[in-house]
Design a protein around this ligand. Structure first.
Ligand code: FE2
Length: 429
């Protein structure tokens, strides 16, 4: 082939590839099958579904389930023998229709030293395996993994594998955990699925619509399984409900709100939020982060105009704006979207940035349709499964990255550096 022919072929090939891309684009992966993680072969005394969550500055709540009644006891310490200290806690269970949960144990351990590995053993059997967790650091930097709408599918597994490799310090989940959707054994399966991660790093969660599980006339109490299984540190933040709470970690004040409980201006949640924001000390926690489930900003066609989004925003957006909240994470929409700093639908440099990260891997699949044209306030949007990493480097700078599950590889597909309001003199505190 002559030189000129070769160049012509190359040109045709290049055009062809571009054409193919233009015609077919990126092929969206379909939902993957739901997993059910069975109880391993161990006996009914064996601890399972272990997860931990931070309580106060230097304590950790360890939660696990056994089929039989066993002691709520934890032996722990900084050496692999895990026997320097021991603490006891309490046990509960719940009924849901014909289902009766296992024995749900909770023990709060501490005070703990920051940024080190602790070894721990559950129950009082010497044969109980030794597990380990790492405490959060006492100073910047700190790395949060952020996943919404996690569910339990093969996509969930892929997301968890990526998160596990991210070397995160704490996981934040803006609602929709197990997608048990009334079938309680799926809560147990979810507990087993996340245990390898959730038993090693604190998982801090808030609830979504899939946690409500209320059936009129048959099971009138909402959030039965969620509240029994995922006790978050609400008492320590002056909240009267497990559905909304706050805590400090390093220099970040994190507020978890409840989209599916009252949020109007006369509600206990609103009053609690008002008081919580007033008490933020920016010298101690230069960053303020809020998590909700139903997003206040969303340019996907899914979940438009829902009560929890529209009315909660109308009620609470002003509070977050006046308090100079830095960033708001939401879930619910099964896609990724990052907005600019926005207040009352308009770009505002002194308002929070909004990020929707409801793409963890649930069985309902992705929300692929968008409002066209893209609103100016939406900066980046894509319907792919994945997770986010929010790395707070110091009091003034943080890096946000979105990692998409591209053919099971975690690929950084969106990233942005941004600065805290506490370091920004143009937005008065
Ligand atoms: Fe949801």
């Amino acid at each position: 082939m002559g030189m000129r022919m070769g160049v012509a072929w190359l040109l045709l090939l290049t055009i062809g590839i571009f054409e193919l891309d233009a015609v077919y684009g990126y092929v969206r992966p379909p939902p993957r099958k739901t997993l059910f993680v069975p109880h391993a072969e161990e006996d009914a005394d064996t601890p399972q579904q272990v997860h931990i969550s931070q309580v106060g500055q230097n304590m950790m709540r360890i939660s696990w389930i056994t089929d039989n009644s066993t002691p709520a006891k934890v032996s722990y310490g900084p050496s692999p023998s895990a026997n320097a200290l021991s603490t006891t806690g309490n046990t509960s269970s719940y009924n849901y229709l014909i289902y009766k949960s296992g024995e749900i144990h909770e023990v709060v351990v501490g005070p703990l030293n920051p940024n080190i590995v602790y070894y721990y053993r559950l129950g009082d059997q010497p044969s109980s395996p030794t597990r380990q967790f790492k405490t959060t650091p006492s100073q910047f930097p700190i790395k949060f993994a952020v996943i919404g709408d996690l569910g339990q599918t093969d996509w969930t597994r892929s997301t968890l594998e990526h998160v596990n490799k991210s070397n995160y310090d704490m996981l934040l989940l803006p609602g929709d955990l197990s997608y048990a959707d009334l079938y309680q054994p799926l809560w147990d399966s979810f507990g087993r699925l996340v245990e390898p991660l959730a038993s090693q790093r604190p998982w801090m969660v808030t609830q979504g619509n899939h946690e409500v599980e209320k059936i009129p006339l048959i099971h009138g109490t909402p959030f039965t399984a969620y509240n029994a299984r995922w006790h978050m540190p609400f008492e320590e933040s002056g909240s009267d409900s497990n559905l909304y709470y706050s805590f400090d970690v390093v220099g970040v004040h994190i507020i978890m709100l409840g989209s599916y409980t009252d949020f109007d201006s006369s509600s206990p949640q609103y009053k609690w939020l008002q008081g919580d924001l007033e008490n933020v000390n920016r010298a101690k926690t230069p960053w303020v982060v809020v998590l909700i489930h139903a997003p206040w900003y969303n340019s996907n066609t899914a979940h438009q105009g829902e009560f929890e989004s529209v009315e909660m925003k109308a009620s609470m957006e002003g509070l977050l704006y006046q308090a100079h909240v830095d960033i708001v994470f939401a879930g619910h929409v099964h896609a990724y979207e990052r907005f600019t700093r926005v207040y009352q639908d308009k770009t505002n440099n002194c308002a929070p940035m909004y990020i929707n990260i409801g793409d963890g891997g649930n069985r309902e699949g992705l929300a692929t349709k968008y409002i066209d044209p893209k609103p100016k306030i939406s900066i980046f949007r894509e319907a792919s499964f994945g997770h986010g990493v929010f790395e707070v480097v110091n009091a003034s700078h943080a890096l946000w990255t979105w990692h998409k599950n591209d053919n099971d590889e975690a690929v950084v597909s969106d990233s942005i550096w941004f600065t805290s309001f506490s370091s920004n003199p143009s937005c008065k505190q």
